[in-house]
Design a protein around this ligand. Structure first.
Ligand SMILES: Cc1cc2nc3c(=O)[nH]c(=O)nc-3n(C[C@H](O)[C@H](O)[C@H](O)COP(=O)(O)OP(=O)(O)OC[C@H]3O[C@@H](n4cnc5c(N)ncnc54)[C@H](O)[C@@H]3O)c2cc1C
Length: 378
């Protein structure tokens, strides 16, 4: 086991909280610094495939996520009138179902409660100001004027990571030409699993969140001018939804009423070049490999990063070996997800702008192949 005790985790999102829980349970002393004064997690859901549940199980919270979420089987892939053309998603792993839909807020609360229970220290409303990253540790100053010395710093501060920029230089996320619209609803009575309907100008997914609730995601290509004024969000989302005659979508259209509840954002990816570490600083989660949600796997990768990094710190004799072994186990898998998601995104952009897809392009097949690969042990 490496001679490491005090670990600073920058960012208290899914990746940051997962790694802090895993580390604390393994006997380390992690401390999270989080920029937000209070967590403000938006109210739509997230898809967890079986590999995400396996990773959550390693930190002790999979059963709670299933209890407070909505387990379901493979996702049905359909045309806009409802006819099924395929299915997607990881097969079940062990006793974990193919999928669990869960509210992001509930997932965050589960991680936060577990972190509190295990004694993880949080410092809210601040970030790092300076980093002195040397061979034996990291000295930092914080934006509240305090300072600290740590054995390791883990950057889990998301796609626009400040730590990454300070230690590894400038990276710019890549806009893939797509936007996503999300909205939460009461659960339709016919929603027996996840559904994705592929249209000519957009695709829509309906995902269970709890026994009583669900959310939709809808992808559209808004081109070079993707900013949409708030007062147009409701009508524009409804007009996209009207292109899907299947009754399950049509029942939801008139329930879209509040622009404040329309979660609209552009989609970006980011691939950090390897290695994702230097001296005693390592980058995990979206800060190292942000993907678009085409495979519903970004958060799963962040949780897996947390589990693998903790295992390697426990197994290896030096921090450098632990970081190098972590990279060996994570690089190819994370790249596979980001690159397959980018390809799926590019095909969607072509499709929605009326262009033909490259020969042999088959979204269902690429989704199936990639999600199947995610069942492999991490
Ligand atoms: C539209 C959309 C849908 C998605 N759907 C899915 C899905 O269904 N399934 C799935 O597995 N993944 C999904 N993802 C991906 C998933 O949301 C991310 O991969 C995951 O949230 C990454 O977690 P993270 O902790 O690495 O980063 P983040 O979630 O970005 O968390 C970073 C945290 O760091 C904090 N922070 C930022 N800067 C600083 C700083 N300077 N100092 C301190 N703290 C800081 C932030 O406030 C935040 O709390 C989706 C992503 C998008 C965009």
């Amino acid at each position: 086991m490496t001679q490491v005790k005090n670990i600073l985790v920058v960012g208290g999102g899914i990746g940051g909280q997962s790694v802090a829980i895993a580390l604390k349970k393994a006997g380390y002393e992690p401390e999270i610094v989080e920029l937000q004064q209070e967590f403000n997690v938006y109210g739509v859901g997230i898809i967890q495939q079986a590999n995400a549940l396996r990773a959550l199980d390693a930190i002790g919270v999979a059963n709670e996520a299933i209890r407070r979420g909505s387990p379901y089987g493979k996702v049905k892939l359909c045309i806009p009138t409802g006819q099924q053309i395929g299915e997607a998603g990881t097969p079940p792993i062990g006793h974990f179902p193919s999928h669990n839909g869960i509210s992001r807020k509930i997932l965050h609360d589960i991680l936060f409660d577990e972190a509190q229970k295990t004694g993880v220290k949080y410092r809210m409303g601040l970030t790092i100001e300076t980093i002195n990253n040397h061979e034996n540790g990291v000295d930092v100053t914080f934006t509240d004027g305090t300072s600290g010395s740590y054995d390791i710093l883990i950057a889990a501060d998301g796609i626009n990571s400040k730590v990454r920029k300070m230690v590894f230089g400038e990276y710019k996320p890549t806009y893939v030409g797509l936007s996503v619209w999300r909205y939460a609803f009461p659960r339709p009575k016919d929603l027996d699993t996840g559904y994705i309907y592929f249209g000519k100008h957009s695709k829509i997914g309906i995902i269970p969140m709890t026994a009583e609730s669900c959310y939709i995601f809808l992808n559209s290509a808004e081109g070079d001018n993707p900013l949409i004024p708030e007062n147009q969000l409701v009508e524009k989302l409804k007009s996209y939804m009207r292109a899907f005659p299947v009754p399950m979508v049509q029942e939801l259209v008139e329930q879209v009423t509040d622009a404040k509840l329309v979660n609209y954002r552009t989609l970006e990816t980011l691939k950090m070049t390897e290695p994702w570490y230097k001296n005693r600083v390592i980058v995990i989660g979206d800060a190292a490999h942000a993907t678009i949600p085409q495979l519903g796997s970004g958060a799963a990768l962040a949780i897996e990063d947390a589990v693998v990094l903790t295992e390697e710190l426990q197994k290896s004799n030096s921090v450098n070996d632990a970081f190098a072994n972590f990279m060996n186990r994570r690089l190819q898998r994370c790249q596979m997800v980001v690159e397959a998601s980018e390809t799926l995104g590019q095909w969607e952009v072509l499709e929605y702008s009326g262009q033909s897809l490259p020969e042999g392009a088959n979204m269902g097949m690429l989704m199936g192949k990639t999600t199947m690969a995610l069942t492999a042990e991490i």
